[in-house]
Design a protein around this ligand. Structure first.
Ligand SMILES: Cc1cc2nc3c(=O)[nH]c(=O)nc-3n(C[C@H](O)[C@H](O)[C@H](O)COP(=O)(O)O)c2cc1C
Length: 346
């Protein structure tokens, strides 16, 4: 996964932030709660390695959720959490999750206010993922303990603002609430940059999608490791064909495939063809036909070239982040004259 094997580090203990302190983490890294992908094994592996694993509760299938909650609570010896899509949440789901005592519950996509007090009453920290400043204001009003600023470079559903400008603006707006950066972060350079922008940690989705423990077929992980950020698209076609009624400000970023090429920009025509396209799409999803079925992925796919275990990812990313920050600090004390190219005198 890493471009500089000679600089690999194993000790991720040194980067300390408000969020590493909150959950006793060894690295300022959160696993994105990718619906159906961040299962119990992946969440447990991330947390046991010193990050914060967030189970991907997604649209809230209670059977899937109970099975994966059993796994994470059994396999995990450190704090972990669970995430939901806010507009699909119900009291029953919160009560189900509460039985397992997660350290954090993350809500994304919608106003968290109706659910906030019930979640906080369980003792879990409330993490709210937002896509713009209006969302950040709603999260503050709901009493969020942590706010994730998610840029449009990210994989899966996102808003329309870019991480580089959104993240520091959210930091300024919500201070002193700690902020996490998300969207397009897949290596230590990205994590260090997020910390420089004022974040207390980074949340990574696509990078962990290509991990051994992610609940995804091998073929999907391979297309991510062969993917290019030039070939992702933020589109509604996969929601239209699946029949999910997503609020219009969100679209899902996926790798461009034949289905997206055919229908992106032609959503009305797709709606008119659902009697044919929906069964075709369902079949393709069952068969993992990736010309038709979607692979959610962020623009950071360029930085992901191997499938790794989650523990290796957390430890190496944590160690490298520390090195990147030390290298950045050294820039301030370096004498530029020492770096000047030396020309041979004829
Ligand atoms: C496969 C996949 C599924 C996702 N599912 C969810 C989800 O169910 N709920 C959610 O809040 N975010 C979801 N996301 C978005 C992540 O929370 C996160 O914001 C995003 O992955 C960050 O960008 P990155 O992929 O560039 O790291 C998903 C992302 C991916 C890649």
């Amino acid at each position: 996964m890493l471009q500089h094997p000679e600089t690999r580090a194993t000790n991720a203990m040194a980067v300390k932030t408000i969020i590493t302190g909150m959950f006793d983490l060894d690295a300022p890294i959160l696993l994105a709660p990718m619906g159906g992908v961040s299962g119990g094994r992946l969440a447990a592996a991330v947390s046991n390695a010193g990050g914060l694993g967030l189970l991907g509760g997604g649209y809230g299938d209670p059977v899937w959720l109970r099975r994966e909650l059993d796994i994470v609570s059994e396999e995990c010896s450190r704090p972990w959490g669970v995430g939901f899509i806010t507009w699909c949440l119900s009291i029953e789901l919160i009560d189900l999750v509460h039985e397992y005592r997660p350290a954090a519950v993350m809500l994304s996509f919608g106003n968290p206010k109706p659910w906030a007090s019930r979640i906080k009453a369980t003792g879990a920290r409330l993490i709210c993922q937002v896509q713009d400043l209006a969302g950040a204001r709603e999260a503050v009003a709901a009493g969020a303990d942590i706010i994730v600023a998610q840029g449009a470079e990210g994989g899966g559903h996102v808003g329309s603002r870019a991480t580089l400008a959104l993240l520091p603006a959210v930091v300024d707006l919500v201070s002193p609430i700690p902020v996490v950066g998300a969207g397009g972060i897949a290596d230590a350079r990205g994590i260090a940059a997020a910390l420089m922008l004022g974040a207390e940690a980074a949340l990574l989705g696509t990078r962990f999608y290509a991990s051994e423990e992610a609940l995804a077929p091998r073929r999907v992980k391979e297309v991510i490791t062969n993917g290019s950020g030039d070939h992702t698209v933020r589109t509604q076609v996969f929601d239209v064909v699946r029949g999910y009624d997503w609020p219009s400000q969100y679209a899902g970023r996926a790798l461009v495939n034949q289905f997206a090429q055919t229908w992106h920009g032609y959503e009305a025509e797709l709606r008119a063809s659902l009697h044919l396209e929906r069964p075709r799409f369902r079949r393709a999803s069952e068969l993992h036909d990736l010309d038709v079925a979607m692979v959610w992925a962020g623009e950071c796919v360029d930085l992901i070239r191997t499938v790794e275990s989650a523990a290796i990812l957390v430890r190496e990313l944590g160690g490298e982040t520390e090195m990147r920050l030390k290298e950045a600090a050294a820039l301030c004390s370096r004498d530029p004259a020492e770096d000047a190219p030396r020309h041979a005198v004829a």
